[in-house]
Design a protein around this ligand. Structure first.
Ligand code: GLY
Ligand code: MN
Ligand code: MN
Length: 432
């Protein structure tokens, strides 16, 4: 069914972008038709394009120029629509997506000349497609020749992505609402796993169970390839085979989440396949949970993300020293990065339309500070791949999604239980 209501937020975002460079012409190509059969590889819109339009047909182009939004879309074609379903066509797309103008995509090249005529600069991402680049460069050369007869050189081209990165890293109300839904549904599906997973099931069975509850709770897709990693598999960070059998005594690490309205959650929980953690698993789990909680407590506007990562390194290294896995001084172990064998990834990342969303961490030697409206993950972990410690084969990650508020951080994924007692109570019932 075609969408008929689009939030005015999208037009506000386009206006916000145009205000950043009022004399520029912004050109955005949406994602092309998927290669091969669209049925096998479902279409996914380019995230910047989606952020500015919510238009989700392939092969569209957006031009923002002179304070106006122009959308170029494929023609309607009844023969084609037997395969693809109904398309908007220019007229309907223009009104539904609240554009100042909408045209057929085949008219783009001729109109581009007009747009460039009064622009002083062009914002366009070179390098995605040689064919698109050549169209844009030709148009720029043509327009520049025409107006300056070569005297002023070509119109300069800038990459729009830094602007988009800045805008997208602070979520507006509509985005926060969607993130809340994605995170709540994901957290509930994780809670459901705690109540249902049993030894003897496969990782794949657990993944199916998860997906069923995720979609039942309102998500419309998985946000990324899910990780259902039991036992030693949990020490592989991006384990996606999900074909092992769940065994008593093992932990199951689940890093899986759903998407709502284009926005994805990103949640990891780790729990025992049996009713209880072993003493070694319990120590590692509690160490990771303590770090996750301390980071949540510290996250607030004005703090920079790199300092939170450094804090997680310091705390996890301290835990490794206490557990006897590392020896010596805390400072020295941090400086030599001895912890990296056990905590090889960063504390987290921006989250939104993409699971590893755009956003700036540092720029020109300056660390970026957290601001209200940013959403980031908090995902400390410890992994033991080397034999010779009592913790061999244990992998624990605890990942929450944090919305930075005016005074702190709200845990959007709070509905997944994290305390050992609460987890063991649910796991004991599941296994009985
Ligand atoms: N799910 C991928 C990540 O946690 O970064
Ligand atoms: Mn993550
Ligand atoms: Mn994750």
């Amino acid at each position: 069914m075609l969408k008929v209501e689009v939030s005015p937020r999208y037009a506000e975002r386009r206006n916000q972008l145009m205000r950043l460079a009022p004399e520029a012409c912004f050109i955005f190509f949406g994602a092309p038709e998927p290669e091969g059969s669209a049925h096998r590889h479902p279409f996914r819109q380019n995230s910047d394009f989606f952020y500015l339009t919510e238009f989700d047909e392939p092969g569209a182009i957006l031009v923002l120029c002179g304070g106006k939004s122009h959308l170029f879309v494929s023609d309607r074609n009844e023969a084609q629509e037997i395969w693809t379903g109904e398309r908007y066509g220019a007229e309907r797309a223009g009104s539904v997506f609240q554009m100042d103008e909408a045209s057929r995509v085949m008219d783009f090249d001729s109109k581009l000349d007009l747009f460039l005529k009064d622009s002083k600069t062009v914002y366009y991402s070179l390098g995605t497609s040689a064919e698109q680049d050549s169209r844009i460069l030709k148009a720029i050369q043509h327009s520049s020749r025409h107006r300056g007869k070569g005297r002023f050189g070509n119109l300069p081209i800038h990459d729009p992505r830094p602007h988009l990165s800045l805008l997208r890293s602070v979520k507006d109300e509509l985005e926060i609402e969607r993130m809340r839904k994605a995170c709540a549904a994901t957290a509930k599906a994780h809670l459901h796993l705690l109540k249902r997973v049993k030894a003897g099931m496969s990782e794949f069975d657990a993944a199916n169970e998860f997906q069923y509850w995720l979609f039942k709770n309102g998500c419309t897709d998985l946000g990324y390839a899910p990780i259902f990693a039991s036992g030693f598999n949990a020490t592989t960070l991006h384990y996606v085979r999900n074909n092992d059998t769940l065994k008593h005594g093992d932990l199951l690490l689940v890093d899986a989440a759903g998407e709502f309205g284009g926005y994805t959650a990103d949640l990891t929980q780790t729990f025992p396949v049996s009713g209880t953690f072993t003493p070694e698993q319990r120590k590692i789990y509690q160490s990771v949970l303590d770090v996750n909680r301390e980071i949540t407590r510290m996250a607030r506007p004005g703090v920079n993300y790199r300092s939170l990562h450094s804090k997680s390194v310091e705390l996890l290294t301290g835990a490794l020293l206490e557990l006897g896995v590392l020896q010596g001084e805390l400072k020295e172990n941090v400086n030599t990065q001895a912890y990296r064998s056990y905590f090889p990834h960063g504390l987290g990342h921006y989250l939104g339309l993409d699971v590893h969303d755009v956003g700036i961490y540092h720029e020109e030697g300056r660390d970026f500070e957290l601001k209200p409206g940013m959403i980031l993950t908090n995902e400390p972990g410890l992994y033991f791949r080397e034999r010779g410690t009592p913790f061999f084969g244990i992998g624990v990650r605890i990942e929450d999604d944090l919305l930075i508020t005016s005074s702190g951080a709200e845990v959007l994924t709070h509905e997944t239980p994290r305390d050992i007692d609460a987890i063991e109570a649910l796991r004991t019932i599941a296994n009985s």
